[in-house]
Design a protein around this ligand. Structure first.
Ligand code: PMP
Length: 550
């Protein structure tokens, strides 16, 4: 088509191409088969032929029929994996589609591509049920550091508070503390190398750019992303979710589509979807939790349907500590062609996140909860999805070229990193990852559970103390509780007087608190650097509080 000189000739050719499409069965022109997000009506079905997929599609608009014909030709008679890997964007570039297909039609075209990929993913999920998909040979490095030797790496943990009490920091789910290695790396970056990145050609710029890109690579390796291009730096979990809701949501959702959320989500994984729903007319459906603080999987499965476009779910609840069965969730969601965003803000601190094993489409987290700096976070996105997404913020760094007429976007991940990045913060993520890897995820979670179990047994027998969360094997080191008859704010205040820092309030999870019949609660969250002695201080301070109310 690139040989054709004018846009008119190309449109004419597309219309002719559309006429070559095999006839489409009128009975298959159903809502389920309709490709949403297209300006005109487009229907698409698939069938299996010797483990390959064959597509049949049509449109009511002659030119779009031509585009449909290109897609059907490109994707048919391929295995699901070949479809997922097919370089469709290169084909679009070769055909110079951008030169005569309007932006609206382009969005529709991407919606068609996305439907095809969803079908391929769903077919693959059925052919390889949970756990069977071979990802790559992902092996974490052998841990080199023992938990017992880590406390002195965190200078703040030896702090004495103004009232003379030594600090007992049990607010780790809100934010972790940082080891000296993270602060040293950041100081060094400012003192020795600092420059802007991806722009100038001088020595400092090269050093800083290299350090930032090495950090991106270490994050990719840490979560087993296929490539560092799939790692977008953002300012944190909240920013990452908003980015997806804007860039992916605005492009691919429309009125009547469904967004599936769970009752245990943090507000950061609720409000951006509510905003998206009010922009597009999409509908939010809620999956409840069970009385034993797990996700209700039966309700989840029942809530999925052909209109489900995205499932946005936390890997670990910040209130209950519940670890959700993400792989099961992605399998079920992919089966109906939905995309899954995993909020890993509370999962990443334990170091055991593997995007390929989870089969996550998007996964988001913050640096500050995993020993890293504030102001930096990550959006992992499957390459195919990121490439289909338009930029959200415009500005420097995210463009390929700009003219007075318009701009073309940079490739991924820079397309989503407009403006000067949180450079030194991104560099500080690498030593945080290195530290977590040196300890290893098993040891981290084991120590948290040991501490949490001791605290849980210590306080749950006290009169009027109620705790919330599943059994220890299904959770992280988060202990949420209330003391009947004592206001949660007061409990936190009394603990603070003893130097014990916990979180109080709704923990940005008001729907969950509503479900639990609570206005507020107290949350003690343990991390690997906490000690048995600290837990015992906490238990004895709780004894005093409970005794004083009697
Ligand atoms: N999701 C969950 C589960 C969280 O625990 C948090 C932080 N409390 C967030 C999202 C938001 O993270 P941030 O404030 O770093 O953007």
């Amino acid at each position: 088509m690139a040989d054709l000189e004018t846009a008119e000739e190309r449109v004419g050719y597309l219309i002719e191409l559309g006429d070559t499409l095999a006839p489409f069965d009128d009975a298959a022109k159903t809502e389920v088969n309709r490709v949403l997000g297209c300006q005109s009506m487009v229907w698409l079905t698939s069938s299996n032929f010797h483990e390959q997929l064959v597509f049949s599609a049509t449109s009511d608009a002659p030119m779009v029929k031509g585009l449909v014909a290109i897609l059907v030709g490109a994707f048919s008679y391929k295995s699901p994996q070949q479809i997922i890997d097919f370089p469709i964007l290169e084909l679009f570039d070769d055909l110079q589609l951008k030169t005569f297909v309007s932006p609206l039609r382009s969005n529709g075209l991407f919606s068609m591509v996305q439907k095809v990929i969803s079908i391929a993913q769903a077919t693959q999920a059925v052919e390889h049920p949970s756990g069977e998909i071979q990802t790559n040979d992902f092996v974490r490095p052998v841990p080199t550091k023992s938990i017992a030797a880590c406390r002195s790496d965190f200078p703040i943990l030896s702090r004495v508070l103004p009232n003379g009490k030594p600090l007992i920091y049990l607010d780790n789910a809100a934010t972790s503390q940082r080891p000296a290695s993270v602060m040293k790396a950041m100081d060094e970056a400012y003192e020795q190398h600092f420059s802007n990145v991806h722009r100038s050609g001088h020595a400092l710029a090269a050093e800083t750019t290299t350090a930032m890109e090495e950090s991106r690579q270490s994050i990719a390796d840490f979560i087993n992303a296929a490539s560092k291009d799939e790692i977008v730096f953002t300012s944190g979990t909240t920013a990452s979710i908003n980015l997806v809701a804007r860039a992916w949501g605005d492009a691919f959702l429309q009125a009547g589509d469904e967004i599936l959320l769970t009752e245990m989500e943090h507000h950061s994984n609720i409000v951006p979807w509510q905003q998206l729903a009010s922009r597009t007319g999409a509908v939010i459906r809620w999956v409840p939790i069970t009385d034993d603080f797990h996700l209700d999987l039966v309700a989840f499965e029942n809530a999925l349907g052909p209109r489900t476009k995205i499932v946005a779910i936390t890997a670990v609840s910040n209130v209950l500590g519940t670890i959700n069965p993400i792989r099961k969730i992605t399998d079920l969601a992919h089966h109906v062609g939905a995309v899954v965003l995993v909020d890993a803000a509370q999962a990443i601190p334990h170091g055991d996140v593997n995007v390929q094993a989870m089969d996550a489409d998007f996964l988001v987290f913050s640096g500050h909860k995993m020993l890293g700096p504030t102001g930096i976070g990550v959006l992992y996105g499957n390459r195919k999805l990121l490439e289909l997404m338009p930029a959200f913020l415009g500005g420097g760094n995210m463009i390929q070229s700009v003219t007075t007429e318009g701009f073309t976007q940079a490739g991924i991940p820079h397309r989503f990193e407009a403006g000067t990045a949180a450079i030194v913060e991104s560099i500080g993520l690498k030593p945080a990852v290195d530290y977590l890897l040196a300890l290893g995820p098993e040891a981290i979670l084991q120590q948290e559970r040991l501490l949490c179990d001791r605290a849980m047994h210590g306080i749950s027998a006290m009169p009027g103390v109620r705790t919330f969360g599943p059994g220890l094997n299904d959770k992280t080191g988060v202990l949420t509780f209330v003391v009947d008859g004592v206001d949660s704010q007061q409990v936190a205040h009394l603990l603070d007087n003893q130097g014990i820092a916990i979180r109080v309030g709704h923990h940005c999870a008001m729907p969950l608190h509503h479900r639990l019949g609570l206005g507020a609660s107290c949350r003690a969250s343990f991390y690997f650097y906490n000690t048995i002695e600290e837990v015992d201080h906490f238990i004895s301070a709780m004894h005093s509080i409970v005794r004083s109310k009697a």
